[in-house]
Design a protein around this ligand. Structure first.
Ligand SMILES: [Zn+2]
Length: 83
């Protein structure tokens, strides 16, 4: 999902935290991606409120999907280890 920067029109991506990736792995990364802010290569950090309402709505749906994905992953891991 490519988002457009509301300031310069360039591409933005969700901010990832390399430390969290090492500590918590994929699940932590999913949670950070869901709750984290967006980064523009030129403008830096973009807050959710700067996006137009329809984009914000889509981002919220993506966040919810990522949370569900993270929870599903946790449940799957617990299930595999309890076999
Ligand atoms: Zn920008």
């Amino acid at each position: 999902m490519a988002n457009i920067c509301p300031r310069c029109g360039g591409p933005v991506k969700r901010g990832y935290n390399k430390t969290a990736w090492r500590v918590g792995g994929l699940v932590a990364l999913l949670f950070i991606a869901a709750f984290g802010s967006f980064q523009c290569e030129k403008c830096g950090k973009i807050s959710q409120s700067e996006f137009p309402p329809d984009v914000k709505h889509r981002n919220n749906i993506m966040s919810v999907l990522m949370i569900i994905g993270a929870i599903a992953l946790i449940v799957l891991v617990i299930y595999i280890f309890s076999l």
